[in-house]
Design a protein around this ligand. Structure first.
Ligand code: SF4
Length: 406
């Protein structure tokens, strides 16, 4: 007979309660003064949209992004003239600002461009689907192994000088696969699938490894979140099987703008980060690049991966709420938003508020009509009239020695 005890679930193990994100172990790859992977904080990057030939505009754009926390800035290099312009951009940054880790994006048949720009930037991003671009043949329906290998050899030959240049300068490369621009031979051989994306990255990784170059970062972006998530997960699986530990750059391409663009990017990036996958991120928005940086930091803060602002815990308010929660939250935020590292809760009532403050450092909780209670952790410290609530909260933080002037 089954006893009650035998039908009960076994006690949860410690790991079931583990709320820490265990990041996948990756090798450190240095990009100028910043390191991607190797246990370093997840790096935030973005891309300017100025024409790289516009030296002053590009310098201003790079500086604007860097000043608000973008740690690596990417520029596009569609021609040799753009590549040489990077020398001037870097010089000007040094003369008027400071060195900024720079990445150059090289596209169609960009071997000469990549070789030139590798002298002026810290990392070169190539797209395996475009680097050695084979025009699709209209009547082709498959690739024989011999044809597949022949093109592979051509790619290896073409990539070799860039790999050697980056290796000898101790600079980095991003192998940036895009779902939308997979090479035709990969499409025919592996289909329009995450497998095709992963194989495309692996082919380039193997060429780099054969030349003893391992300063590599890999990305497998797609505009569809499920495709992107599957591709990165498969890449991790394959790399684990092959003993590779390259860091990953996460992003959802063509995410669009506004609320949906942010949600779509977050859905892809945060899903992977929560699994411990990802060492650098870019949120691609169809907006000014400066708008991407706060989204990156919010994703990282929400997951507890980086703390760049105050964490506010606030209840949604309900019939029990004893004050205008939206107004008070704004007042509290305005007064304390510079206290990076603190967790502050604003809760509508003492019935559920204190229990749901999620271990905030300080709490502002509705007590009774016209009065609020201030908490330090789970301890109620004092009851004050609502009109003095924000001032008294600041006084409490000051008394604890945790206040800094804005
Ligand atoms: S904390 Fe109180 S006021 Fe806020 S939602 Fe919960 S019950 Fe309502």
């Amino acid at each position: 007979m089954q006893t009650l005890e035998s039908t009960l679930k076994p006690p949860a193990t410690a790991s079931e309660f583990d709320t820490t994100i265990h990041r996948r172990k990756t090798r450190p790859v240095r990009v100028g003064s910043v390191t991607i992977g190797g246990g370093h904080p997840v790096v935030v990057q973005s891309m300017i949209n100025e024409d790289t030939l516009d030296i002053d505009g590009s310098v201003a754009g790079i500086r604007r992004l860097h000043e608000i926390g973008c740690e690596i800035v990417r520029v596009t290099v569609p021609s040799l003239a753009h590549a040489t312009a990077l020398a001037k951009i870097r010089e000007k940054l040094l003369a008027t600002y400071q060195p900024v880790p720079l990445v150059a994006d090289v596209h169609h048949n960009g071997m000469k461009i990549a070789l030139e720009v590798a002298k002026h930037v810290d990392k070169v991003r190539i797209n395996p689907g475009l680097y050695v671009f084979e025009k699709p043949k209209a009547d082709r329906s498959e690739y024989s192994q011999a044809e597949f290998d022949e093109i592979g050899e051509k790619i290896a030959e073409t990539l070799k000088p860039l790999v050697i240049s980056l290796r000898d300068q101790d600079k980095a490369m991003r192998i940036g696969v895009n779902h939308g621009s997979l090479a035709e031979r990969m499409l025919f051989t592996y289909g329009d699938t995450p497998e095709g994306m992963v194989q495309s990255a692996l082919e380039f990784i193997r060429i780099c490894e054969s030349l003893d170059f391992r300063n590599l970062v890999v990305s497998l972006k797609a505009s569809r979140v499920p495709v992107m998530v599957a591709a990165y997960r498969l890449m991790v699986k394959r790399m684990d099987e092959l003993g590779m530990d390259y860091p990953l750059h996460l992003g959802v391409t063509e995410a669009g703008d506004g609320e949906y663009g942010r949600i779509k990017s977050t859905a892809g990036i945060a899903t992977l980060l929560a699994d411990g996958i990802g060492d650098t991120i870019r949120v691609s928005l169809t907006e000014a690049p400066e708008k991407e940086i706060p989204v990156c930091y919010s994703i990282l803060q929400a997951l507890g991966l980086r703390k760049t602002m105050v964490e506010y815990v606030a209840c949604p308010s309900c019939g029990r709420t004893l004050f205008n929660l939206e107004d008070v939250l704004q007042q509290v935020r305005a007064a304390t938003k510079h206290l990076t590292g603190l967790d502050i809760a604003v809760m509508g009532c003492i019935v559920n508020g204190p229990g749901e403050m999620a271990d905030a450092d300080y709490g502002y909780v509705g007590k009774q009509a016209g009065y609020i209670a201030l908490y330090r952790g789970r301890e109620e410290i004092k009851r004050v009239p609502e009109s003095e609530g924000v001032t008294e909260l600041i006084n409490l933080i000051k008394a604890d020695g945790r206040w800094v002037e804005p």
